[in-house]
Design a protein around this ligand. Structure first.
Ligand code: CTP
Ligand code: ZN
Length: 159
């Protein structure tokens, strides 16, 4: 008999599959899920994947994802697949996509950047200059960020 890790199917919610191994906790944190919301969440880390070697999976019952959340997931887990589950069936499946332009979701770390001037409430804007390896740049001051910078930036903004 084949031995496998059994995590039961969910009834309604989302399954974020094919997350690069070890990144599930980062994704959860970026979604603001702490466990205190009372949502039923299943987390699987470092399991075999045909496509990736090892992967993580997150299952969240009774939750949806906004467009901004999908963009943020793409930035830290570009291989992720989103499965929308309704009444136990996968009703929608799509890959996250690194956006060409990221507006509002990130904060530039350059203190001299115009987006950090307290009197000028400007929405931040970053332009993707490379998807693999990931590199984006602030459209206002030109500061360039790598994948690791982006993760640090995202985590810091949610502390
Ligand atoms: N899933 C779930 N609950 C359901 C239906 C699906 O938790 N009611 C999970 C599955 O366990 C799997 C993911 O959602 O992790 C996608 O399901 P499915 O499309 O059936 O699996 P695969 O065909 O293996 O997906 P893929 O081709 O994207 O790897
Ligand atoms: Zn800037």
């Amino acid at each position: 008999m084949e031995k496998e890790l059994i995590i039961r199917k969910i009834r309604d919610g989302i399954v974020i599959d094919h997350i690069p191994a070890g990144r599930a906790l980062t994704v959860l944190k970026l979604l603001g899920i702490t466990g205190k919301e009372g949502l039923r969440v299943a987390l699987v880390m470092n399991v075999e994947s045909r496509k990736l070697g090892l992967k993580d999976i997150i299952k969240i019952e009774g939750r949806e994802l906004s467009k901004d959340e999908l963009s943020i997931i793409a930035l830290v887990a570009p291989t992720a697949t989103i499965n929308i589950i309704r009444n136990y069936e996968v009703v929608q499946k799509f890959k996250v996509e690194i956006p060409d332009v990221i507006e509002g979701a990130l904060k530039c770390i350059n203190s001299k950047c115009i987006t950090n001037k307290p009197r000028e409430p400007i929405k931040t804007r970053f332009i993707t200059i490379s998807k693999d390896p990931l590199m984006i740049k602030c459209d206002y001051c030109g500061t360039v960020y790598t994948a690791q910078d982006i993760e640090n930036m995202l985590l810091r903004s949610r502390e």
